[in-house]
Ligand binder design. Structure first.
Ligand code: COA
Length: 324
């Protein structure tokens, strides 16, 4: 028995914003952004919501898998930018796609969210509780970004990606072979965004700064140090070596971070596919967005061994080894 991804899907807002357009908003340049991050453009919501993007990505993943929405048993949405506190995005998506038989809930582990949601779905299926799951990462980060802060507004983009996975009675070693997950709550202030202003008449709060705050250098150093360790841990649990991995599908934060990780693992950058140049950092949507792209352009083929790895606010990070 194995738990395998048999469908992928994605969705992006219609509006693409190039680096040049940001020069009109903050003191930056296309050259600076490309050199320091590798990002050339990103998609920004002009009305798309986390629920609408997630629903579109989920519908595509279901179609790709050849499944009906009524068959879905578990619907998990990883997001840190829900429109509403209640109900959760997963229930909104359930309603939009008609997944009437699914249990639906959200999971927030920031940029590692999709990875943690995938592991959660996998554990449920392995335990025999559900037979299948639809798992998406979806974000509209543009609403929690300070568009006057050049240190952050150049990095992020909006979008969603989804996968459909199910229990397969195939022989051989397929599906998820090993994983690692870690959280370090002591380092939360390195990358944070406060919640909404309280209206509690019994507790007067100072006005909040409701946007992302980030110590870019700290995040950079954390990712380059911890992610290779998590990858080695997951690969070790799978009983293989880093040299046996065909593709490293990593969270798309910054090209230089990926280069630093590849160097520490002594792996050629050709095995680190990227789309961050076109979509920026889409947080929990990044891994499934890239997976969908790689699947449909033929870079991922059956039998390949992949490592997925995410890292972000929390701090949270992890890795997953799977045979496609
Ligand atoms: N355009 C032009 N200059 C900018 C700028 C921008 N968009 N953003 C910052 N700068 C300036 C800084 O103000 C600083 O100027 P100073 O030397 O006069 O003070 C200079 O560039 C260098 O800043 P620094 O923060 O040291 O740059 P950096 O090389 O560390 O690059 C990041 C900044 C944010 C690109 C980099 O730290 C990074 O990518 N970190 C990881 C962030 C990330 O991926 N977060 C999400 C993880 S899920």
């Amino acid at each position: 028995m194995s738990v395998r991804i048999i469908g992928t899907g994605s969705a992006l807002p219609v509006r693409c914003v190039g680096n040049g357009e940001l020069e009109a908003l903050v003191d930056t340049s296309d050259e600076w952004i490309r050199e320091r991050t590798g990002i050339c453009s990103r998609y920004v919501s002009t009305g798309e919501t986390v629920a609408s993007l997630a629903a579109a990505a989920c519908a595509h993943a279901l179609e790709d898998a050849g499944k009906e929405s009524g068959e879905v048993e578990l619907l998990l949405i990883a997001t840190c930018t829900p429109e509403d506190a209640l109900p959760c995005v997963a229930c909104q998506v359930q309603e939009r796609i008609g997944a009437v038989n699914a249990v639906a809930f959200d999971l927030n582990a920031a940029c590692a969210g999709f990875l943690f949601a995938l592991h959660t779905a996998w554990a449920y299926i392995e335990a025999g509780i559900y037979r299948n799951a639809l798992v998406a990462g979806a974000e509209v980060l543009s609403k929690i970004i300070d568009w006057t802060d050049r240190g952050t507004c150049i990095l992020f983009g909006d979008g969603a990606g989804a996968v459909y996975l199910e229990k397969c009675e195939t022989g051989g070693q397929n599906g998820i072979l090993g994983f690692a997950q870690h959280s370090d709550g002591r380092r939360g202030p390195v990358l944070s965004c406060v919640g909404r202003q309280s209206g509690n008449p019994y507790f007067r709060q100072e006005p909040l700064y409701p946007y992302v705050r980030m110590d870019g250098r700290e995040v950079f150093a954390f990712a380059v140090r911890q992610v290779p360790e998590a990858i080695r841990e997951a690969v070790g649990k799978a009983g293989i070596g880093v040299e046996d991995v065909d593709l490293f599908v990593l969270h798309q934060a910054n090209r230089r971070i990926l280069e630093g990780i590849a160097k520490r693992l002594s792996v050629d950058m050709e095995r680190f596919p990227m789309n961050l140049d076109r979509v920026g950092n889409t947080s929990s949507a990044a891994i499934p967005l890239l997976l969908d792209e790689l699947r449909h352009n033929g870079r991922i083929v059956p039998g390949m061994t992949l490592v997925l790895s995410g890292f972000g606010a929390g701090l949270t990070y992890g890795a997953c080894v799977l045979r496609w």
